[in-house]
Design a protein around this ligand. Structure first.
Ligand SMILES: [Zn+2]
Ligand SMILES: [Zn+2]
Length: 389
């Protein structure tokens, strides 16, 4: 890569650390979005703000081809207290770039800067900076507000730093790469009464306990053994006194899956199990089941093309043997546009002692050493898809 990239790095690292120190939660990324928009304008891109809340799109056209590509980064931080003592640690209590979106934003901005200078392609690049990836569906909002109608993209790609892979290594896979995420809430309703008179009071605690046990049989007994999914009950709350049977008990949890048929089956089984147990115990149960993120499904050709690009810029590439059970709202973009989601390693290399903390861990930090690799990947994707003739 020409010197141009190394010249850009000091300012990019400073930018990354600045937004790390000033993190913003989903749909509140006003400062970050303004910095991104200003930087994109400075390098001459056509900049559009306020898409899907705080989303920003910068467009760079070179040549006369009608080919198009989108590259996406997420800008939001997590509601989590940072526990590092870094000089650029979060200045905002309880808000923290614990997933490395500060790094993603920086790498995409770096790619825009680099490509605006070198212009070795023929077509249109849309640099998509999205809000609210962490559970709030910023990508869905941008798509709803016409992202791909206003900024057509034949292919769209996104990178996520990956602590489990050595730094600079790249992995992706055809088909599912991140899980669909559902959440459920169950309110078990009895009558409430004296604990010494259980025969006149349906026991919401006992019913809820049995529901937890039965819900844990769904994956073992209701879906095919070769299918992969997770169902975790993560919350149970009810009661406040030793001598009172409570009137209500609340249960909550999550379901992760990769195949919509399996997802349907799990939801239907959950409803059946909860209603059946409730009936047996003489209680009622209100069920709220929310499918908040679909599975992230890579287009096979786009994933293969991305790995071919990665092979030129990364020391090691691999087809990931299995998807991750975490979820990603880039899924909404891949539902309407072909593309792929890639993991960029940021962990320890063989022989190194230090290792990156996992994503969403209070000691996590984005590894600035991978910024150039991320930029080369973005640039490679553009130069491959929009090949200058
Ligand atoms: Zn995250
Ligand atoms: Zn993330």
């Amino acid at each position: 890569m020409p010197d141009a990239l190394s010249d850009l790095l000091p300012a990019l690292v400073a930018f990354r650390r600045d937004i790390h120190a000033h993190p913003e939660l989903g749909f509140q990324e006003h400062r970050t979005a303004a910095l991104v928009a200003a930087a994109l304008k400075e390098i001459g891109l056509d900049v559009h703000e306020g898409i899907g809340g705080t989303g920003v799109v910068g467009t760079l056209r070179v040549g006369s081809s009608d080919r198009t590509i989108g590259l996406r980064a997420d800008m939001d931080a997590l509601p989590l207290q940072e526990a590092t003592s870094l000089p650029y640690a979060s200045t905002r209590a309880g808000v923290f770039h614990g997933c490395g979106h500060d790094g993603h934003t920086t790498m995409l901005l770096g790619a825009a800067r680099y490509l605006a200078g070198t212009r070795q392609f023929d077509g249109t690049v849309n640099f998509i900076f999205q809000p609210a990836e962490e559970g709030l569906g910023g990508a869905r909002e941008m798509v709803k507000q016409g992202l791909f109608d206003r900024f057509p993209c034949q292919r769209v790609f996104a990178l996520h730093n990956w602590p489990d892979l050595p730094a600079h290594h790249v992995a992706t896979r055809p088909g599912p790469i991140m899980a669909a995420a559902d959440k459920f809430e169950i309110v078990v309703k009895g009558k409430g009464g004296h604990a010494a008179m259980p025969h006149v009071t349906p026991d919401a605690i006992l019913a809820a306990s049995e529901m937890v046990g039965q819900l844990n049989t769904i994956l073992a007994r209701r879906i095919p053994p070769m299918a992969t999914a997770v169902l975790s009950v993560t919350r149970i709350a009810g009661g406040h006194a030793h001598n009172v049977i409570p009137a209500t008990v609340n249960l909550g949890g999550t379901v992760r899956s990769f195949d919509p048929v399996i997802q349907d089956r799990i939801e239907a089984s959950l409803r059946q199990v909860v209603e059946g147990v409730a009936l047996a115990h003489g209680v009622a149960a209100d069920i709220t089941y929310d499918r908040y993120y679909p599975a992230t499904i890579n287009d096979a050709d786009a994933a293969a093309a991305a790995l071919a690009v990665a092979a030129k810029v990364a020391p090691h590439i691999q087809i990931a043997p299995e998807p991750a059970f975490t979820s990603e709202d880039f899924a909404f973009m891949l539902q309407v546009t072909k593309g792929a989601y890639l993991w960029l390693g940021q962990g320890a290399n063989p022989g190194e002692g230090a290792c990156s903390s996992p994503l969403h861990h209070p000691h996590y930090d984005f590894n600035d050493a991978i910024i150039p690799t991320g930029i080369r990947l973005h640039v490679g994707l553009v130069e491959a898809h929009l090949k200058a003739s």
